[in-house]
Design a binder for this molecule. Sequence first.
Ligand code: GEK
Length: 241
Amino acid sequence: MSIKDSIYASEQQVKDFSFDQNVVEVFPDMIQRSVPGYATIVSTMGKLAGQYAQSNSNLYDLGCSLGAVTLSMRRNIRTDNCQIIAVDNSQAMIERCKLHLHGFKSDVPVEVMLGDINELAIENASVVAMNFTLQFIPHGQRQALLEKIYANLKPGGVLLLSEKIKAQNEQCDNLLIDLHHDFKRHNGYSELEISQKRTAIENVMRPDPLDTHFKRLSDIGFSQTQVWYQCFNFCSMIAIK
Ligand code: GEK
């Protein structure tokens, strides 16, 4: 059972958001109540991974947090000789992720690694999943990270990319932000929690517009990019090499 997120329930001097022990404790509740469609996105990413996994290859979960996508991919892999590599640069997340994954049995090997995905060697990949992780990478490093992923994907391999996005203009962006805040209110977050979380996250999470994602992925060489899920300013894409 997950613990209820009340990190921003009391008025406080808001610091920049970080994936520390306090966040780890409440993370499943936090992400479920904050990201529209999170459960659908995670389960569909697993199905897509099952569809695109190639034998004798690696599947990556970059910014794995507690390993939700790793678990979902692991449940769906029917191909021979695949392994999953799950990486996060938060020590607290990685420790809890290991515990979490050990709670479920599977024949698919999983390596859980503490590390910065910008420094990670990606090899022989058929599927690379980034579920709401790229948005935390500084803008100047996004292109190089995606180029590295593309270069080490096998032909026919896929990038599964979920992101919070910015709308084209301020009016539409405000509309999507309002709808998202309404979703959070509906899930029990107070006005104070919504506004303090917004302050905490604004310096660390910087969404790109959908056009920027499409152009970057196509410039890098991906032959097809398709949005398969969007609700308000949250979307999930598949990019095929
Ligand atoms: C899920 N995918 O539940 N290197 C490695 N990890 C990083 C880096 C980096 N440079 N920067 C951020 N992270 C998960 C949810 S959460 C999204 C992903 C959210 C990690 C960070 O520590 C955190 O665990 C994760 O990326 C982002 O399906 O909370 O909105």
